[in-house]
Design a protein around this ligand. Structure first.
Ligand SMILES: Nc1nc2c(ncn2[C@@H]2O[C@H](COP(=O)(O)OP(=O)(O)OP(=O)(O)O)[C@@H](O)[C@H]2O)c(=O)[nH]1
Ligand SMILES: [Mg+2]
Length: 258
């Protein structure tokens, strides 16, 4: 929910169908390049930055750009409220403004903006079956991860295994934050499932879990994920613990219905 104390770039969004968004927290080294790359990658999309009042001024930089760029929108929220909550808020804003499709990506260039058009085609393949979610996946043929230490591969595989085997969601790369979502799906996610929505990184697995339970069609297309070269990671030990607890809660609902 947008709060009165939040800063909001502009109210007159041009009408549109596809909104790309990136949640940011201390991404000063990346934000300007990212804005350029996203707007250039796809001339038809608009771009929303959801910043949690980054101490390094990321939100301010984005707001200054938005004053000159009608396809760029910025929401600066007061206080750090979490990656998942930022993504959900961005998608809900887009849906309320009549956008049909949301694309989420990280702001650190791990996700290549040039892949956006391919992800959009995967959602609505010409002559093919439309999907509700298209994941930019590191774990289908042709997908890969560049620059990660072994520990991150192991953690990511473990979460993938848990999501597939314990939560029953038939996808290979459940933790990927690069994805296209048909926004109408948000309204279809049952209220009981919405209550289990984690505000942090586990939102990625949660959304697929809730979408699958709502009967959504989920597809994966290969991407190359490249570890960040600028800025620092935000995923600390406390966040890992919170995400693990959130996944266990989803397992409880899956198996015990509570
Ligand atoms: N708005 C908001 N964005 C966040 C928050 N935490 C992380 N982010 C953003 O979410 C995206 C993913 O975070 P990263 O730090 O790249 O997480 P990661 O990809 O798992 O880890 P590294 O790439 O190793 O840094 C980035 O664009 C971050 O700036 C948060 O609390 N609020
Ligand atoms: Mg990253």
């Amino acid at each position: 929910m947008v709060m009165a104390s939040d800063l909001y770039s502009r109210d007159d969004w041009p009408p549109g169908r596809v909104l790309v968004q990136a949640a940011t927290y201390n991404e000063r080294e990346n934000i300007e390049h990212l804005i350029d790359a996203v707007l250039a990658a796809s001339p038809d999309v608009q771009f929303l930055v959801v910043d949690d009042d980054s101490p390094d001024g990321t939100g301010r930089i984005a707001l200054e750009r938005a004053a000159r760029e009608p396809r760029l929108h910025v929401l600066v929220r007061r206080g750090r409220r979490g990656l998942g909550s930022a993504i959900l808020e961005g998608f809900e804003l887009a849906r309320a403004r009549g956008f049909a499709v949301g694309v989420n990506m990280d702001a650190d260039f791990s996700h290549d903006p040039a892949d956006i058009p391919r992800l959009l085609v995967a959602l609505d393949p010409p002559g093919g079956k439309p999907a509700d979610v298209a994941i930019g996946s590191r774990r289908v043929g042709g997908g890969r991860t560049v620059g990660w230490p072994l520990s991150r591969h192991v953690a990511s595989r473990l979460v993938g295994w848990f999501t597939r085997r314990v939560l029953g969601v038939p996808v290979r790369d459940a933790s990927s934050g690069f994805r296209t979502v048909r926004l109408e799906l948000l309204g279809r996610v049952a209220a009981a499932d919405a209550a289990a929505c984690p505000p942090g990184y586990a939102f990625f697995e949660y959304l697929l879990w809730a979408a699958h339970r709502a009967g959504a069609r989920i597809v994966e297309i290969p991407i190359t994920f490249t570890d960040r070269t600028r800025g620092a990671s935000k995923a600390d030990a406390a966040e890992v613990a919170r995400s693990a607890a959130a996944l266990l809660r989803l397992a409880r609902i899956t198996w015990l219905g509570m």
